[in-house]
Design a protein around this ligand. Structure first.
Ligand code: 0A1
Ligand code: ZN
Length: 890
């Protein structure tokens, strides 16, 4: 076992940087093999910070060529160079430092810093990639004005892009050319970007609300010009939305998006030059599904919104990451919800919003809830880390967004907007903390409600874990009085266990309705503000014992504990007029039954009869034709296995999978005729549109098809094959393809796999869909997967391909990964180690599959533990993966 563990960095140790670096001029001689960077920094000692006179800059994987201070070449005694830093001794109060160094983009497989993707050069600087380009104070609170000169071979790199405005371009000798860029806004190094290569460009001129003309550009690989229209439309919608909802305008003359084939994450908000994973830019109806269209709109919104929440106001240090990420996820979720509801009549708009909320909450529960009870649990503002790249987590992003949403709920739209305005008024151009944001919100709250404050609310930023809220309801028929008592509890999790803190109550908004036994509202909906360990509220004029509709719209990221009777859940699932809690009740019925069935299956290896309550509530939704199709598709989806497993005391993935398969099979068999009707009634002939109406119909129609396939209905195979062959859009093609591969007989699935690849081998993003469908198929075990990895289209160097094959297998193929021979776990540790040598960030993400090892049934738990130890003992493990596995094993 590696004995050393990483160095822990603590939030409380923050020190301001002792110098200002008001300007930086960079000159790049770009080439894939060896790029030279000349950096000219103006440094000024801060009079208010009393630390040593040395100037310490970060730098990694660089070769120093020369170093000058105020025009004098420094001798080796005047500076110290280590693997991670360059320290210049005895720097005067104001100085000019010129550093020349080189890096090797073609050798850079980590995709952090300057790297090669296809024939292009890209940079990725968040969180700490700039130090892999040149030596600098690579931290978000050092903000500088950048002037950048790029030089390269014109034939190899005809386009040379950086942040801000293009000052000039010119030809140089020997087939080289040059472009000069200037970004008028001071920014931290993590927002710096360079792109060089040969791209096609879609352009659009538009005006901001105040009438300034701006140029929008989307750059992508040659040959993909027919796949960027949706991205451009989404960008324009994002611009308009931020103007109307938040009064925020684009501040630059041009805004560029560039699609990269090799990218570790979704996208990056570099000032004026966003770099995107191509999967979140390229789409047309033939190549992209409804889900892809929606994800593109949302990621484009997210990165664009960062221009204010992240770039104009940035983070003081990386502990404050949720300041920009939680807030920007909240903004992109609201953007998507507003886009989905746009132009719809009120009831349809409400259901479109509910669909969006359901999808966001499902995402939170599937990824953040497990994180919040596992070894990596951390508050949305972590107190410590070893490797910051490991903290781009579901907690910082999705729970961070829920925390912002709770403030929005507590303040209301108007006061929230006033708080945002105040935040920008106070902090534009600064690097600040989450406390600064809450202070602005508190100021806004007190303008309308001087007696209120956010003092207790702040605990959400300091404490990890998912609070459990227990609900006690008492009814007095004589006094016609109902009392509701809420009690909260949140035991220590993750690092809190090792260094215990006294946990304080959270401030939890619980939105609630009370229904009579016909489903009618007995009192107006209220939001209770739970701020103490336990509080009681009284409702008068309630003549019969009500059924509570709890946590409407998912008003807080908590677990609700209420002893619902079966018939109460049935009532809510049939009648609750809040679309979110209505869906929730159906899911609760199914989850409870699935857990009970899985336990019975594990004991007797036999599947009990389908529960009548589940069957009844499901079939009522199937028949509820008055409801919106997209919403109905959510009602009719059996909870995903992961969501159910997560609720078990001893997680038993194979039992839950078995039970889920049987339930779908039985529902398909008993409702075949209605499912066939539903299929036919939701066809979407005519021109494709990704808007929620037709997308919802496709979701419902394709869900009906999967039930029919699961039940082996005689017509299902024909229907699916016909849809596969004649689909006019990728949503329908993928739905049929997945059904054939996952549920079809062996005569059906092999030809479908061959056909799909033959038809789409020219398009990498569609090939990724093919890979992930096969990798997540219950028919795919380790042997088949090893075959897929030997396919010529597979490479460990491309994160999208690794996600489509390795991650899809380990995270979405329950049968293959958890196969009883344990081969899946061994395969997983092999791949973590193989990736670790290439791309530690991606390896560390894959390593997190082992996080939950201790919560599984013993045979799974022991085997996962053995593989975690195998990873931890690897002699050259990266800091990234080491942090993950050592926390899992601690
Ligand atoms: N700020 C980006 C996320 C991001 C983080 C790291 C990256 O490279 C390692 C790339 C992107 C966002 O929130 O979209
Ligand atoms: Zn972000």
């Amino acid at each position: 076992m590696r004995t050393e563990t990483g160095i822990t960095i603590r939030r409380e140790d923050y020190q301001p940087y002792p110098f200002l670096i008001p300007t930086i001029e960079l000159e790049f001689e770009l080439s894939a093999e060896r790029t030279q960077v000349r950096s000219r920094l103006v440094v000024e000692r801060r009079k208010d910070v009393l630390i040593s006179s040395d100037l310490i800059l970060n730098g990694e994987d660089l070769t120093l060529v020369s170093l000058e201070l105020n025009g004098v070449v420094l001798s080796q005694t005047q500076y110290t160079l280590t693997e991670a830093t360059l320290t210049v001794h005895n720097v005067p109060d104001r100085a000019e430092l010129v550093i020349v160094g080189t890096c090797q983009p073609a050798q850079n497989t980590s995709l952090s810093g300057l790297y090669v993707s296809g024939k292009h050069l890209f940079t990725q600087c968040e969180p700490q990639g700039f130090r892999r380009i040149t030596w600098f104070a690579d931290r978000p609170d050092v903000m500088s004005i950048y002037r950048v000169t790029l030089r390269a071979s014109r034939s190899e790199f005809p386009l040379l892009l950086s942040n801000g405005n293009l000052l000039q371009q010119r030809e140089l000798e020997a087939g080289r050319h040059e472009a000069q860029w200037h970004d008028p806004f001071a920014k931290p190094s993590y927002l710096f970007a360079v792109v060089a290569g040969d791209f096609v460009c879609r352009e659009h001129h538009t005006r901001t609300a105040s009438g300034r003309e701006v140029l929008l550009q989307v750059y992508s690989d040659v040959g993909t010009e027919d796949q960027t229209e949706w991205a451009m439309e989404s960008l324009e919608r994002a611009l308009r939305w931020d103007e109307t909802r938040f009064g925020l305008e684009l501040d630059l003359d041009r805004f560029m998006i560039v699609a990269a084939r090799d990218f570790n994450m979704g996208a990056m908000e570099n000032k004026g030059l966003n770099i995107f994973n191509a999967a979140y830019v390229l789409a047309n109806p033939n190549t992209a599904t409804d889900g892809n269209f929606q994800a593109i709109e949302s990621v484009i919104g997210h990165e664009y919104f960062h221009n204010w929440t992240g770039n104009r106001v940035t983070c003081r240090d990386w502990f404050e990451l949720s300041l920009k990420e939680g807030l920007t996820v909240f903004r992109d979720q609201e953007f998507t919800a507003d886009m989905m509801a746009a132009g719809l009549p009120a009831t349809e708009a409400a259901s479109a919003r509910a669909v969006q909320r359901i999808d966001d909450v499902m995402g939170l529960r599937l990824s953040q809830y497990p994180e919040d009870r596992g070894p990596m649990a951390h508050p949305i503002r972590p107190e410590s880390y070893q490797e910051i790249s490991n903290f781009y987590t579901a907690t910082v992003y999705s729970k961070g967004a829920e925390v912002i949403r709770m403030m929005h709920t507590l303040l209301g739209e108007q006061a929230f907007r006033a708080g945002m305005d105040e935040y920008f008024r106070r902090h534009d151009g600064q690097a600040v903390t989450c406390d600064d944001f809450i202070n602005a919100m508190q100021w806004a709250l007190q303008q309308t409600a001087p007696q209120k404050n956010l003092d207790v609310f702040r605990h959400w930023y300091r404490q990890a874990g998912t609070p459990r809220v227990s609900v006690q309801l008492q009814h007095d028929p004589v006094a016609k009085r109902c009392t509701v008592t809420l009690t909260q509890d949140c035991p220590a999790v993750g690092v809190e266990k090792a260094s215990p803190i006294v946990k304080q109550p959270f401030h939890i908004p619980v939105t609630l309705g009370l229904l009579d036994d016909t489903g009618k509202s007995l009192s107006p909906q209220v939001t209770l503000e739970l701020k103490e360990a336990s509080q009681t509220w009284v409702f008068d004029n309630i003549s019969t014992r009500p059924t509570p509709s709890l946590l409407r719209n998912f008003s807080a990221p908590v677990l609700i504990d209420y002893a619902y009777q079966d018939q109460e859940l049935a009532l809510l699932s049939a009648h609750d007029d809040n679309a979110f809690t209505r869906w929730e009740a159906g899911q609760e019925i199914a989850s409870r039954k699935m857990i009970a069935l899985a336990q019975a299956w594990r004991q007797h290896a036999k599947f009990e009869e389908l529960d009548p309550l589940l069957a009844k509530s499901w079939s009522a939704s199937l028949l509820a034709k008055d409801l919106d199709a997209g919403y109905r598709a959510r009602l009719l989806s059996i909870p995903p296995s992961h969501a159910v497993i997560e609720r078990m005391a001893h997680m038993d993935p194979l039992a839950v999978l078995e039970v889920r398969t049987r339930i779908r099979e039985q529902l398909g068999t008993t409702h075949a005729a209605t499912l066939l009707n539903t299929y036919q009634a939701n066809l979407t002939p005519g021109q494709y549109s990704p808007s929620p109406g037709p997308a919802g119909k496709r979701a419902l129609k394709n869900l009906a098809l999967t039930y029919l396939m699961a039940s082996k209905h005689p017509e299902a195979a024909n229907l699916t094959q016909t849809q596969f062959r004649h689909a006019t859009n990728m949503t329908d093609r993928m739905a049929a393809f997945t059904a054939l591969i996952h549920d079809g007989s062996s005569e059906l699935n092999a030809p479908a796999a061959t056909q799909f690849y033959e038809d789409w081998q020219h398009d990498q993003l569609v090939v990724d869909k093919w890979f992930s469908t096969l990798a997540s198929s219950p028919r795919t075990g380790v042997n088949e997967l090893t075959g897929l990895m030997a396919h010529p289209a597979f490479t460990m160097r491309n994160p999208n391909r690794v996600r489509a094959v390795v991650f899809a297998f380990c995270m979405s193929n329950t049968r293959g990964f958890h196969a009883q021979d344990g081969q899946g776990y061994h395969f997983w540790s092999d791949q973590v180690l193989a990736l670790d040598a290439i791309n530690p960030e991606i390896a560390a993400r894959l390593a997190r599959v082992g996080d939950q090892w201790a919560r599984f049934i013993p045979e799974v738990s022991q085997r996962l533990h053995a593989q975690l130890e195998r990873i931890a003992t690897h002699p050259t493990l990266s800091r990234n993966t080491l942090e993950i596995v050592s926390k899992a094993l601690s």
